[in-house]
Write a protein of this length. Structure first.
Length: 153
């Protein structure tokens, strides 16, 4: 399969070189027949090359995913044990998770895991004050929280 890929890659390169050679030959033939100078020929070749580079740029942009991923660690507390789970989320999923946790906070849920998660998500979103506030609330529940967060990183 890899050999087929290399074959098609070489064939594509060969066709591209042939295409450019034909364009160059056609332009030089037309310019010599019309009696124009080398300046016009040079400028047309530059124009064709710029056009090809622009098309390659558009092809690359079209095939490049524009997804912003964030690495987070979700904390849960069960039976006096803290469990952490590492996750990678898209940027819009971070906002969805933040909205969900804020809804829990509005409903007066007091949980160490909730406050740690809210602190981390606000840190990702750039809200340092809210992140610190939720970390303080988590420290009120568990005073040893500095040791926990230091060991996790």
């Amino acid at each position: 399969m890899f050999n087929n890929f290399l074959f098609y890659l070489r064939l594509t390169w060969l066709c591209f070189k042939l295409f450019l050679s034909l364009i160059g030959f056609g332009l030089s033939f037309l310019l010599k027949k019309t009696g124009k100078g080398a300046f016009l020929e040079f400028s047309l070749i530059i124009l064709v090359l710029l056009s090809a580079m622009f098309n390659l740029y558009l092809f690359e942009k079209k095939n490049t995913p524009e997804i912003s991923l964030r690495k987070i660690e979700v904390f849960t507390v069960s039976d006096q044990e803290m469990i952490s789970q590492k996750m990678i989320l898209k940027e819009n999923n971070v906002q969805d998770r933040l909205d969900y946790y804020q809804e829990l906070d509005k409903n007066k849920v007091k949980s160490l895991g909730l406050f740690l998660n809210l602190s981390q998500l606000h840190e990702i979103k750039g809200s340092k004050e809210l992140s610190g506030e939720y970390l303080d609330r988590a420290q009120r529940i568990e005073p040893r929280i500095n040791k926990i967060t230091t060991n996790i990183n």
